[in-house]
Write a protein that binds this ligand. Sequence first.
Ligand SMILES: Nc1ncnc2c1ncn2[C@@H]1O[C@H](COP(=O)(O)OP(=O)(O)OP(=O)(O)O)[C@@H](O)[C@H]1O
Ligand SMILES: [Mg+2]
Length: 258
Amino acid sequence: MTITIAVAGKGGTGKTTLTSLLIQQAIDQKWGSILAIDADPSSNLNQALGLPLDGTVGDIREEALDQVKGGSFPAGTSKQDYLDYKINENLVESAGLDLLAMGRPEGPGCYCAANNMLRNIVDRMADAYDYVFIDNEAGMEHLSRRTTRDVDLLLVVSDASVRGITAAKRVKELVRELDTKVRRMALVLNMAPEVVPPELASAAADTGLELAGVLPRDPLVAEYDAQGKPLVQLPPDSAVRRAVAAIAAKVADVLDTK
Ligand SMILES: Nc1ncnc2c1ncn2[C@@H]1O[C@H](COP(=O)(O)OP(=O)(O)OP(=O)(O)O)[C@@H](O)[C@H]1O
Ligand SMILES: [Mg+2]
């Protein structure tokens, strides 16, 4: 059975940072085979992971639609087989981890059959892995559109502000309205000061979400991002990596991955 862990939250709260560092923990601790899905159209999870990226599922869709419209679609090939082949071609393979970026969402005048086909291919492909990690674009409404996968654990990331936590609570409420089934949800507080102010702690408690962990503001994260260095190269004893290790341990415990 594949375990799907998705990361969501408001813009710039640290979703990609958390996703990449959690994946790294999962690799280091040999959880099993891992597929990372970058569901953000701006596709930057690969950079945090230090992986190349050639093309996205969105590119494949555009290309296939152009070919169909222009009459140059390879004759004798089923669309399903063609898209399947193309997606596999765009899968970034590395030690212990494969990565697929969803890229641009379907535009107006979408060809729904193609989109359903793509979604199904991605979902079937994901079923072959032990773990799927999804880095989402900001906001919740996208979660249900990019994949039909059920989510075993949704980590909602918030910055260390009452407003951020209120947004996280809203995410929790929105999840109920989605088609996507989410089994468990937990809150991650990011860029937190050393001492969490009581107002923040009480706002976090008020969300009704279990607290999966708190990530400190770590100047190294900003420094690596500024220099375009993969976050997975952060020293293992850096503040943020130690905090993510604690979250990974908790996640493994909750999901009973052992
Ligand atoms: N714990 C941290 N300490 C210091 N800086 C951080 C931390 N977490 C994230 N940042 C910085 O905050 C910014 C946003 O982080 P990140 O890209 O992970 O957020 P995101 O939620 O994925 O953003 P988006 O909504 O654009 O996808 C980055 O510049 C990153 O360097
Ligand atoms: Mg991001």
